[in-house]
Design a protein around this ligand. Sequence first.
Ligand code: ABN
Length: 171
Amino acid sequence: MRRLPSLNDLFDRAAEAAVRSAATRIGRRRFLARLGGFIVGAGVIPVLPYAKAVAADDDERERDCDYWRYCAIDGNLCACCGGSATRCPPGSVLSAVNWVGTCRNDEDGRTYLVSYSDCCGKAPCGRCRCVHNLRERPPYRMGVNNDVNWCMSNDSIGYHCTIAVVVGLAE
Ligand code: ABN
């Protein structure tokens, strides 16, 4: 009695036929190039959701006012305004001057110098207002006071939001 082909056999035959036909139609070199692309692509695609998940975690941390880098911030988090903790949103410009804080990162127990800059030249973002005054000094020491619109030093003085860039270890 003749055995019915299994699903695996059918897949094997279909794949073989497709590969043979592609190899004769497009030539060996181009076929091998496409096969290489397919293999690399197939390896990368399963990684994408993971990479996205990691990026989403980072985004979420950067929108949280209690994120360690924001220990001396006073402003609206640019991460909630189309930018990130370190990047001004499109259409806004970094302030020419900024202020600094020293923040402890509980993950590694070390203290870092963090530079805060305002992003300017666009209507106020208004989202994620975040105010911490750790080690803030009175306004006569302006570089270590955060209750100032640092866009005043720019051509376009409108305040949009604030970013926090780690400059280095404070110790
Ligand atoms: N540096 C943030 C900010 C902007 C305007 C007013 C107060 C504080």
